[in-house]
Design a protein around this ligand. Structure first.
Ligand code: PLP
Ligand code: MN
Length: 369
């Protein structure tokens, strides 16, 4: 991603909400990123404590966040905050003045995601407010198009993105004309990065998931229609704890092991290609052999249908697992459906380069929001 950004003349400000891991964040910065994004005040605190000196909090922070962000800037780190209304600007200004620091203030825009952000018509008013507010430096505009990132229809993903770029360019022109050229235009994500980098409007790219990838991104396809340039880098080690059936084995990875908001985790190693993982409870999942897959695909949570399929598989020697079927104690590797909330379930990433195993703390989780 750094190479793509360099080629496009866009700075990378990778999103740290994906991994919440300051060690990984430092590596991204060592390779050329200007800093990190994060989503919560607590993440910003963890990143600064972890040695990251330039952090932009990309979501409007709750009222109690302002003083904490100002305190963080007092450590010497460069801290940016976004705002989408004047009350937020006033609070951040008051907190910065009280702490004797300057915060970067980025005006957050809503170009269709409708999660946070100001209407484009309000951008100039907010930029003026930020520019006039003591303790704040008007640092530019943010436009993150979250609703487009996983759009399956690539033509639509591209055209909707480009429509937003046109709005953004018009705003940059409007602010420039008014004497407030935005120093930074920040946004973009893994699902649109090719279009974002070609847009000519972003000065910073906020992509995050690319660093580890997940099933959801693999499934929706890379922008531009080519293969993803990012390998899945993360898998969960699920250990087989019971193997009495020919239809499936049971692993110690269930609802608590993988975030359940995205597509199901995918078996990437340790069981026959095509095997499926499905949660079986809080602490359990199944690795289903091919004999059960039709049942699972047909909506498999009917308990009697499941019971019947297991009994049939057990009674039919022809449907036995192959000799290399996972046994109790074996590890089956699962690629998470959605990377960010899955990492948030773990204390550490165990990083293996083929020779050495390192443990990198997920130090931005379990912190105060
Ligand atoms: N910027 C903002 C404001 C986000 O909320 C996100 C993720 O939701 C990103 C950037 C990174 O997006 P992705 O993980 O899809 O690269
Ligand atoms: Mn995500």
């Amino acid at each position: 991603m750094q190479a793509l950004c360099d080629a496009a003349g866009v700075r990378l400000r990778a999103h740290g909400k994906t991994h919440k891991c300051s060690t990984l964040g430092r590596l991204i910065i060592e390779r050329g990123a200007v800093g990190l994004c994060c989503q919560t005040v607590g993440e910003a605190e963890a990143y600064v404590a972890g040695g990251i000196q330039d952090v932009l909090v990309t979501a409007p922070s709750p009222p109690w966040g302002a003083a904490r962000l100002a305190a963080l800037a007092k450590t010497g780190a460069r801290i940016g905050a976004v705002a989408d209304d004047e009350g937020q600007i006033d609070r951040l200004s008051d907190a910065a003045v009280a702490a004797g620091v300057t915060l970067d203030l980025v005006v957050d825009l809503d170009l269709g995601t409708h999660r946070a952000g100001a209407y484009p018509k309000d951008a100039l008013r907010l930029a003026r407010a930020a520019d006039a507010a003591p303790g704040l430096r008007f640092a530019g505009l943010q436009a993150y198009l979250g609703h487009l990132q996983h759009m399956d229809d690539l033509d639509l993903r591209k055209s909707a993105d480009e429509a937003a770029f046109a709005t953004l360019k018009a705003l940059v022109a409007e602010l420039t004309e008014a004497g407030l050229p935005p120093p930074v235009v920040t946004g973009g994500g893994t699902g649109t990065h090719i279009y974002d980098l070609a847009s000519g409007v972003y000065t910073e790219l906020q992509a995050g998931s690319y660093a580890v990838m997940d099933v959801e991104y693999d499934a929706c396809g890379a922008p531009g229609g080519q293969a993803w340039g990012f390998e899945p880098a993360m898998a969960i080690a699920a250990t087989v704890v019971s193997a009495n059936h020919k239809s499936h084995v049971t692993v110690d990875a269930g609802f608590k092991a993988v975030s359940m908001d995205g597509p199901p985790a995918r078996v990437v190693a340790g069981a026959a290609p095509g095997s499926l993982w499905r949660a079986m409870g809080d602490e359990h999942g199944m690795i289903a052999h091919l004999s059960l897959i039709d049942v699972l695909k047909a909506g498999g949570r009917d308990p009697l249908g499941f019971d019947k399929a297991v009994a049939e598989a057990d009674a039919d020697p022809a449907r036995a697992w192959p000799a290399d079927a996972p046994r109790v104690g074996d590890i089956v590797w699962l690629q998470p459906g959605h990377c960010d909330p899955t990492i948030n379930l773990y204390d550490a990433l165990h990083v293996w380069d083929g020779e050495t195993l390192e443990r990198w703390a997920v130090d931005g989780r379990r912190v105060s929001k």
